[in-house]
Design a protein around this ligand. Structure first.
Ligand code: CMC
Length: 436
């Protein structure tokens, strides 16, 4: 952190002495006011529910310029990574800070491949779930349970444990998601095939059966790989902040990532891809494109509680760059699968067009986010809607781990412990039950 030349001064209208606070500069983006001594100096807290103006940490991993609609992983624009790199290179970049050369990539990929199997006992654990359990309920359980299976990598303060658990989590997430799917479908689990790419292996574990030879379709493999790249990290979003907060207590990495999975599930966050597809299917059932106007009126009605899922973002006040890339992938996949006339894609395009021209959305700077098109791609690939958020979790795992490891390595890190503005009852006496 670099100290800025200026400082911030907080003054009070009641004559209390004003307070000077240091200002720090990042490499790009807004400066921050250091309020760490504020309570000691004034006896007051700051109040910022939802962290609208609060930087919770310093980080060198991902940078977003929400006004420009720009997303950089370690300085590299997402558009360049999506076109020139694959997910393994992206993982290496997020974890270690640099893009690997060919030898480095091969070594890293081999390390990940060595850990793709899960303990055989895991399938008996999975069997305890109902077959119709939501995949995110299963994933929260399975990821948390990894700490019960891999005792040799649970010390968050040991760099070797952190490294092994990082590789294990990246390697095993596809296996666990595919197992959750196979379990719900009543099909046998498929063991990983390490000669396939990360995305290809996931497709094999999802869609192959022991009865027939399975060939990975390269267009779909590339599309899945792109979905993974686009979801790999997104700085201090709700699930990443959850992972950091959870990990700040010193808990093990598997437990911290399980907390991230649980947070991601919500429809305002990763669950939006599932909610968005369900929304499109509902509108389609109501009559499709002809009902878009009626649906939009509900979205704009403050009393309806209906949202245009896949639209809006806390940080992006411009087109989410991931949505643009996802829209491209969506077209490619639909063409490759002969689904160019897919009614849900047409409906999504119609909704997007109307929303981008509508005053309600223009004034609030609401644009499509990554989830608007990712569901259509995944559905076309043959992934069930209820599994969409689990795919997001699979891809985000590397970002969560990179952020967790960055936090542990930060000398300024402390257990996360927000304060509050108390509005409850003042001290009072308990009355005997007969007098209440
Ligand atoms: N449809 C209709 N109105 C919306 C939407 C939407 N999707 N998003 C925001 N608004 C309105 C909101 O009602 C508010 O209006 P007003 O100022 O009149 O009260 C205004 O826009 C500002 O919204 P906000 O709720 O204060 O913004 P936020 O930063 O707290 O919420 C959000 C961001 C992503 C939770 C929200 O836009 C949303 O719920 N979107 C739909 C769910 C979604 O697609 N989530 C995925 C986010 S991207 C992937 C990820 O991070 O996991």
């Amino acid at each position: 952190m670099k100290l800025a030349d200026n400082k911030a001064t907080l003054s009070f209208s009641n004559g209390a002495p004003s307070v000077d606070m240091p200002v720090y500069q990042g490499s790009v983006g807004p400066d921050v006011i250091d309020i760490r001594k504020l309570y000691a100096q004034t006896g007051m807290f700051t109040y910022d529910p939802g962290f609208l103006s609060t930087a919770s940490c310093q980080s060198a991993i991902t940078y977003i310029d929400g006004d420009k609609g720009e997303l950089l992983y370690r300085g590299y624009p997402i558009e360049q990574l999506a076109v020139n790199c694959d997910f393994m290179e992206t993982c290496h970049l997020l974890l270690y800070g640099n893009l690997p050369n060919a030898a480095g990539k091969a070594e890293f990929t081999k390390r990940v491949s060595n850990h793709t199997m899960v303990n055989e006992q895991m399938q008996f654990f999975l069997r305890g779930f109902r077959r119709d359990a939501h995949p995110m309920a299963i994933m929260t359980g399975l990821v948390g349970a990894l700490s019960a299976f891999y005792h040799d990598s649970i010390d968050i303060n040991n760099p070797e444990h952190r490294e092994v658990s990082a590789i294990r989590l990246i390697a095993k997430m596809p296996t666990l998601v595919a197992m959750a799917y196979k379990y719900s479908a009543g099909q046998p689990y498929m063991y990983p095939k390490n000669n396939l790419s990360y995305a290809g292996n996931f497709m094999h574990m999802m869609f192959a059966t022991p009865c027939e030879e399975y060939k990975v379709n390269p267009v779909i493999e590339r599309a899945l790989d792109r979905i993974f790249i686009l979801h790999a990290d997104h700085e201090q979003n709700a699930s990443t902040s959850t992972v950091r907060l959870c990990g700040s207590s010193g808990t093990n990495p598997f437990a911290a990532i399980a907390a991230g999975v649980a947070c991601l599930w919500g429809p305002a966050h990763g669950g939006a891809n599932e909610a968005c597809l369900n929304m499109l299917e509902d509108i389609q059932r109501m009559g499709g494109v002809s009902k878009v106007g009626e649906f939009m009126n509900q979205v704009k009605d403050k009393n309806s509680n209906v949202k245009l899922m896949g639209f809006g973002h806390r940080v992006y006040k411009n087109y989410d760059p991931r949505a643009k890339l996802m829209q491209e992938t969506c077209k490619e996949v639909l063409v490759a699968l002969g689904l160019e006339n897919d009614p849900l894609f047409k409906l999504a395009m119609a909704l997007e067009k109307i929303a981008l021209e509508d005053d309600y959305f223009v004034q609030r700077k609401l644009y499509p986010n990554v989830d608007f098109y990712s569901g259509i791609v995944q559905r076309a690939i043959g992934i069930p809607v209820s599994l969409f958020t689990a795919i997001f979790a699979l891809a985000r795992t590397v970002g969560w781990i990179a952020q967790l490891n960055e936090m542990i390595g930060d000398p300024e890190y402390k257990i996360g412990r927000p304060r509050q503005l108390f509005t409850g009852s003042e001290k009072r006496d308990v009355l005997p039950i007969a007098q209440r």
